[in-house]
Design a protein around this ligand. Sequence first.
Ligand SMILES: NC(=O)c1ccc[n+]([C@@H]2O[C@H](COP(=O)([O-])OP(=O)(O)OC[C@H]3O[C@@H](n4cnc5c(N)ncnc54)[C@H](OP(=O)(O)O)[C@@H]3O)[C@@H](O)[C@H]2O)c1
Length: 328
Amino acid sequence: MKRLVCHRYGPPKDLVLENAPWPEPGPGQVSVRVGATGLGFVDGLLIAGKYQIQPPLPYVPGSEFAGTVEALGAGVEGLAVGDAVYGLGQGTLAEGALAPASQVYALPGGLSLAQGASLPINSFTALYGLEDCIRLAPGERMLVLGGGGGVGTAAIAVAKALGAWIVAGASSPAKAQAARAAGADAVVNPHLDSFREDLKAALGGEALTVVYDPVGGSFSEAAFRSLSPGGRHGVVGFASGTIPKLPLNLALLKRSSVVGVDWGGAMRADPTLNPRLAARLRVLLESGALTAPPVDARPLEAVVSALEDQLAGAIAGKLVITQAPEGA
Ligand SMILES: NC(=O)c1ccc[n+]([C@@H]2O[C@H](COP(=O)([O-])OP(=O)(O)OC[C@H]3O[C@@H](n4cnc5c(N)ncnc54)[C@H](OP(=O)(O)O)[C@@H]3O)[C@@H](O)[C@H]2O)c1
């Protein structure tokens, strides 16, 4: 089987396409024939060696997938060879990968493999962040920064399903379109000096009570200052590369809170979290309340340019690499 290998940290063009034996699942593991791999901002940083964690070399990038179960390790129950699944595994930028059975879930009905591969990280983070941490209530008005990116479009889709009214921050027509496709009711450009005025106009006099922030930088304080009493600013990530500092008097003056959203830490602390989130996601998707967020699906042959675009912040929606045409 083919797989992309990172032998040294650097630009995506340094990845090497190699052949390798099919992975054999150990106890509690599943091997999956990967049909699609979800990639995010973090994957580009990991390959470059610029993330807070540096995987030991060589390694195969990718940690989310959709595909079919190829083989079951000892003790695995509830899954069968040939099942259509999605989930979290290791080295998923390959035709085959291993995953712990506890992180492999039946693909919800009606979803393509590309849509399934887009779900684990971003939609689990959105559900955990919005329901468990921020406690989003129906009817609330929410700003999603990076609303045209992978994390942002997933948050918009989930917030829509939970009954929120959403304004997305997006810097280009393509990202604005992705945000609207995910369910945004309005779009503003946070890069403009008029950001706060534009946000106010988009809200039409209604109170902003939630910010979902995977971007950081100078946008964060501007967004926090726009909150109404009872507001919650969800800290999700720092795609801008700058961790903002917030004067604490703002929390007092705005009667608002900063809420940390660390899905990765939460899932490591609680092994029941992801199975619960997957079950919740299935209910929302299959009831029609939740629409899968938009994907930018590219073939495995185009992975280098896709990762370059990801690092440049130029992907609209969620980047997904497809190993084989749907249905092949
Ligand atoms: N907390 C968690 O549990 C969790 C889980 C998953 C991911 N994350 C984090 O979420 C963040 C976003 O990930 P993602 O996969 O959604 O990334 P993405 O698809 O690339 O989207 C990030 C967005 O950030 C904005 N941005 C502003 N300045 C940027 C810059 N200098 N470089 C790149 N983007 C910039 C861009 O939107 P505009 O151009 O419209 O401004 C871009 O669309 C990452 O920091 C990741 O680590 C956190």
